[in-house]
Ligand binder design. Structure first.
Ligand code: ATP
Ligand code: MG
Length: 285
């Protein structure tokens, strides 16, 4: 039976979370010793450890069938590969920044200016659409020092908290692209590999749904049950069990974590007590 080859970043910001995602999907594989390729012991998949910039090309050329990369790398690469699933981790943005003392009013600022970046394709397309002429200085790392050493008037780089910009005397002025880790695939997978991908995707989605949802238990007087049921939009109908305490029940349901914070006060007001919120490991719906 053929195996699916997935390329993940060898060492960097995506590595740990990519490995964790595969592990959470129940895939076991020997990891460590600096190996470049390893085989899962309980799932038909091989894992290749590569530099993230090389992954789009390898996926396009079918050296790997799948890859986990940042959307920023996918868009910049211009390779013809499929975005299969957004993975919800390593969120960041590609932004334009200028020295913090610069008086910045609009994108017009950049007209005929020099911008240092490792993302020349994304950036040139961005300014082409705006019909603003710029000079792009391509550098592969430490982009944020470029204005300070007189190489450029501004930069375009990955930002998450903005603290790197700040410590280099820069301020973020425009967002060019939102990014997160994504699963990409060769667009011409053979059927047997597509089937393995479907299985993997099902597991990835179950893990993600589990993270977004919580199991909630609460106690309520029976008189308040109906009201509480309307506040709690569960997966389907909640489980209701009688408590030893006369005329009280325990209600169990599943709730989106973000919704939980919205309804917690409502629940308490409606008479809910002893509220417990418990993480879910896997969620199959
Ligand atoms: P490689 O050696 O594999 O080429 P790299 O130095 O290009 O690694 P990293 O810095 O490890 O890349 O970042 C990998 C990806 O993680 C980026 O392409 C981006 O999608 C994401 N990323 C980068 N910086 C951040 C950040 N500060 N916060 C969140 N995600 C980030
Ligand atoms: Mg890289």
């Amino acid at each position: 039976m053929s195996k699916l080859k997935i390329a993940i970043q060898k060492s960097g910001r995506l590595s740990e979370k990519s490995i964790k995602l595969l592990e959470e999907c129940g895939i076991k594989f020997p990891n460590g010793g600096g190996k470049l390729i390893t085989e899962a012991t309980n799932f038909p998949i091989e894992i290749l450890f590569l530099r993230d910039d090389d992954i789009p090309q390898y996926v396009e050329q079918q050296v790997a069938d799948l890859g986990i990369i940042g959307e920023n790398v996918l868009v910049e690469s211009k390779k013809k590969i499929n975005l299969v699933e957004k993975l919800g981790f390593s969120s960041c943005r590609l932004s334009l920044a200028v020295p913090k003392e610069t008086q910045y009013e609009s994108l017009e600022f950049f007209r005929n200016k020099r911008i240092a970046t490792s993302y020349p394709n994304i950036l040139s397309e961005y300014f082409q659409k705006l019909q603003i002429e710029v000079t792009i200085e391509v550098i592969s790392g430490s982009v944020e020092i470029a204005p300070g050493i007189g190489l450029a008037d501004g930069i375009c780089d990955i930002v998450s908290s903005g603290s790197t910009l700040l410590s280099n005397g820069l301020k973020e002025v425009e967002k060019v692209l939102d990014s997160q880790a994504v699963l990409v695939a060769n667009h011409d997978l053979e059927d047997s590999k597509k089937q393995i991908l479907e299985k993997l995707l099902f597991r990835i989605q179950s893990v993600r749904k589990a993270k977004e949802n919580k199991y909630i238990l609460l106690n309520t007087p029976n008189s308040k049950l109906e009201k509480i049921k309307t506040i709690l939009p569960g997966m389907n109908s909640p489980t209701i069990l009688p408590l030893a305490k006369e005329s009280w029940s325990s209600l169990h349901s599943v709730i989106r974590e973000d919704k939980f914070w919205e309804v917690i006060d409502e629940l308490k007001e409606a008479g809910a007590e002893g509220i417990l919120v418990i993480p879910i490991e896997k969620m199959i719906v």
